[in-house]
Design a protein around this ligand. Structure first.
Ligand code: AMP
Length: 284
């Protein structure tokens, strides 16, 4: 496995791969790898000649009062894990390498960013699109791998890929969970022992709400059930629990086929997200 930290070194590797007509799988991450990330890398390994994983905590997707500085980082451990699943190249640039100048040009995420995490984290998805577009240009992937854990991110990046004609295929991997159902996340390391015991209630709440919605199609009742479950099982503060048509992220109508049931909850000071995507007709 090669570790490259400069754009020049990455570009040399990509050019060589392209000359040899290799397919390229890109796995963008912010590091502090866990099984969720590794599942993406394994999917990329199975489908491509060359697997590139980026490890970069992208400052432009963090708000001023968010956890950019304290976001967990452990590059040596990440490199060992990446190598263990057959990643060929890790691209781990510095912030200066990725953003040497700022011409003020931004990609602005559209309507899909007005809800859920986009509403709570203004500018977050513009920052995500900025770094993902750069990574797409730099690695020229045949396929790019993302987790359904960040379902809104997937929907917004898919829109950018479609509207801006990025010549690649997006692959989406289901949410990887701990044994008790908590979605794996780099931020789980922030949880205290008490927090950690409470955190699986988010997944449980989504499951209850999903069952309720499939039974009677009532959005308000489904959200109420999830809200009550989290309120009674945790000391957490709900940021949002919403049920929207997916991937448009608009209110559910009679014509809606697929829905996203998503939650963001502060357990202690840690903001955790989780979701379910399912077909409305599943319950019939
Ligand atoms: P991050 O490092 O948190 O930016 O995540 C990098 C990629 O891994 C994103 O596409 C995430 O959606 C994906 N990912 C993170 N956690 C999980 C998980 N528990 N299951 C599946 N994919 C995940």
């Amino acid at each position: 496995m090669k570790v490259v930290t400069t754009i020049a070194a990455l570009s040399a590797e990509i050019q060589a791969a392209k000359i040899n007509e290799k397919t390229i799988g890109l796995v963008p991450t912010m590091g502090y790898l866990h099984e969720g990330h590794l599942t993406l890398a394994q999917a990329a390994r199975a489908e491509n000649d060359l697997v590139v994983m980026s490890i970069f905590v992208n400052p432009t997707q963090f708000g001023p009062n968010e956890d950019f500085e304290s976001y967990p980082r452990d590059l040596p451990h990440d490199l060992a894990l990446a190598e263990s699943v057959g990643v060929d190249i890790v691209f781990a640039p510095s912030v200066e390498e990725m953003y040497p100048h700022d011409g003020g040009i931004r990609i602005h995420a559209g309507k899909q960013a007005n809800v859920l995490c986009g509403a709570s984290r203004p500018g977050h998805f513009d920052g995500v699109l900025q770094v993902v577009a750069k990574l797409f240009h730099l690695t020229q992937p045949t396929r790019a791998y993302f987790g359904q854990k960040d379902a809104q991110q997937v929907a917004i990046i898919a829109t950018m890929v479609r509207d801006f004609n990025f010549p690649l295929e997006m692959r989406v991997v289901p949410v990887v969970r701990e044994e008790d159902g908590l979605a794996k996340s780099s931020r789980n390391v922030y949880l205290s022992e008490v927090d950690r015991k409470q955190a699986p209630a988010i997944n449980e709440a989504l499951e209850l709400a999903r069952d309720s919605f499939l039974e009677n199609g009532d959005v308000v009742e489904a959200i109420e059930i999830a809200t009550v479950h989290i309120a009674t099982r945790t000391n957490g503060k709900i940021d949002y629990i919403e049920l929207l048509a997916y991937p448009d992220l608009i209110p559910v109508t009679d014509d809606t086929e697929q829905v996203l049931l998503a939650a963001a909850v502060y357990i202690g000071n840690t903001r955790l997200i989780d979701n379910r995507i399912f077909n409305v007709k599943e319950g019939l």
